[in-house]
Design a binder for this molecule. Structure first.
Ligand code: HEM
Length: 341
């Protein structure tokens, strides 16, 4: 069996800047798609060691154009609209996404520019991202402060734990999936705008109740250290950490809910102010999982009705499948397994 290999940009530490672009593939026939992926692979291979280019595909790539209908990853559909979403079609879906990550926005813009020159791609939407206070913790758990002023990362998976990544993130050989998917991962992107004035009008204790963590230390409410584990069993009615708080909904820590854990790799974004002069900023939420139904879908359903909902507006994004990586030593290329299937 060929070695299972992964693209960078999933479990690798997130650098401070990123840019995600969704494209429509205009290349024709399977040969055109093969050439396109080969070229994207070459751009990725030429990137500096600290930078990454990550290519994922959407459900629409598996329509009749390339004869790939039988090869669609089982859980790959177009992202549905969740009850509190107000999706703008101009910011959703795409045949293919390219995520570039680097230390500076200049480097991501340069890499994105090189990707965009590849013939056969028509850009649909592009979102630049940044991680404020970007910091790498134990086990490869990355931390950053979002635009609501809360640190993200404490409840995330330890990306350096390869057994955990095999269990939660990477599609495994022999899974009930097309064979080519082994080594890939389901990527969920959610473009989430923040209602900054509404948020800023609330006092800190109210904000803390929304997340279930202290704003200064990032410790779970009632605890002093960021790494402390919240005790939900000892607080069944949510006197300390409210039942509708973000962390309690996202990960109720029931034992069973371990199966739903996802690898988050989000960035903040800030665009030009809108026509009304309002701030246009929020979260380029991204997560990876081996099973989209058990991962993102389940967590998102649990978040429905959470206290955070009234401060955020999901308006775009999509469901994608991050292709397996390229084996070293020549002969392999990006998308080979898919195209030869
Ligand atoms: C709407 C914008 C969002 C904001 C501002 C936000 C912010 C946060 C913060 C501050 C934390 C606590 C620190 C941490 O564990 O990283 C957290 C945890 C978490 N969030 Fe979000 N998040 C957002 C959306 C989402 C979405 C869409 C999902 C998935 C559907 C999600 C899943 C999680 C999970 C699984 C945790 C870890 C909970 C734990 O293990 O205790 N978040 N988020």
């Amino acid at each position: 069996m060929p070695a299972v290999v992964h693209q960078p940009g999933v479990v690798t530490a997130p650098p401070a800047a990123s840019e995600v672009t969704a494209y429509r593939v205009t290349a024709e026939h399977r040969a055109g798609l093969a050439e396109l992926l080969r070229r994207l692979g070459a751009v990725a291979a030429a990137a500096e060691a600290a930078d990454s280019v990550t290519v994922s595909v959407g459900a629409s790539l598996f329509d009749e154009r390339f004869g790939l209908a039988g090869q669609r990853p089982r859980g790959l559909t177009a992202m549905p609209a969740f009850p509190s979403d107000v999706l703008d079609p101009a910011w959703c879906h795409g045949d293919l996404t390219v995520q570039v990550c680097a230390a500076t926005p200049e480097r991501t813009a340069d890499l994105s520019g090189r990707v965009a020159q590849t013939p056969g791609l028509e850009p649909l939407w592009r979102m630049p991202g940044f991680r404020e206070g970007n910091e790498l913790g134990r086990g490869g758990r990355a931390f950053a402060t979002n635009l609501f002023g809360f640190r993200e990362g404490a409840g995330n998976l330890e990306a350096e734990d390869t057994a955990l990544m095999d269990r939660q993130v990477w599609v495994q050989p022999g899974a009930e999936e097309p064979a080519w998917t082994a080594g890939g991962s389901y990527q969920v992107i959610r473009l989430i705008r923040f209602a900054m004035p509404l948020w800023d009008a609330d006092a800190v204790p109210k904000q803390e109740a929304v997340f279930g963590r202290h704003k200064d230390s990032s410790a779970p409410l009632g605890h002093s250290r960021e790494t402390d584990t919240p005790d939900y069993a000892g607080d069944p009615t949510g006197q300390i950490i409210s039942l509708d708080s973000h962390i309690r909904r996202a990960n109720p820590r029931t034992g069973e809910s371990d199966a739903n854990r996802i690898l988050r790799r989000s960035y903040s974004y800030r665009l030009e102010r809108d026509a009304g002069g309002r701030e246009n900023a929020g979260l380029l939420f991204m997560c990876f999982q081996r099973d989209i139904e058990r991962g993102f879908d389940t967590v998102q359903r649990r978040l429905q009705g959470e206290a955070l909902e009234k401060y955020v507006l999901p308006f775009g994004g999509g469901y994608y499948f991050t292709l397996p990586g390229v084996a070293a030593g020549g002969g392999d290329h990006l998308g080979r397994g898919l195209l030869e299937a």
